[in-house]
Design a protein around this ligand. Sequence first.
Ligand code: GRF
Length: 215
Amino acid sequence: MPARCKTAILISGAGTNLQAFIDQANDGRLGLDITVVFSNKPDAYGLIRAVKAGIPTACTEPDKFADRESFDNAIAAELARWQPDLLVLAGFMRILSTGFVARYAGKILNIHPALLPLHPGLNTHQRVLDAGDEWHGSTVHFVTDELDAGPRILQGRLAVDANESADELAARVQSIEHQIYPQAASWVGSGRVEFRDGQTWIDGELCAEPEIKSF
Ligand code: GRF
């Protein structure tokens, strides 16, 4: 990765994770330059956050395309204008096609609100409470073809309070995300973390298990 890693952030909604990147990238701490924010939804509040921060935005809606592949080709064409080194999916509510993932292999990150491999998919906070889990949190991982199953990089975890609501738990997990996601992305941007042979390498060592931070 180059000294300043050109980073595209893909969103679909509120963009609180995007805001964390904006706040932390501003002072150069992360070594990431956010060059474009892309949304598949024109009313995503994250687009307003980007505009306020003076970051270029792009939006393309999937319903204008015949299938997933053509839409993903349109995203790739848009992103190509910005030549990103890294793609950060931050609440981007789309499954990416195999071709798109291959094109950016090892350069796409996602954050999933659960301690993967536990609870892939949606409604994770309620599922954690229903399962009576002791621990919950969020996982930053490389994106591969398999949904929420790419090699993990960093997890932030917290102890679940059985009396809290799913919304309260979600808020606590989100505040962890705002710390671990920019951190993990900066590790990838600096080359400290690499995707090699379909796995995560940290400081030149193969890591079957992610780094874990307790909050
Ligand atoms: C985050 O909780 C993330 O884990 C999930 O989508 C949510 C996005 O939230 N992938 P925001 O748009 O960054 O506020």
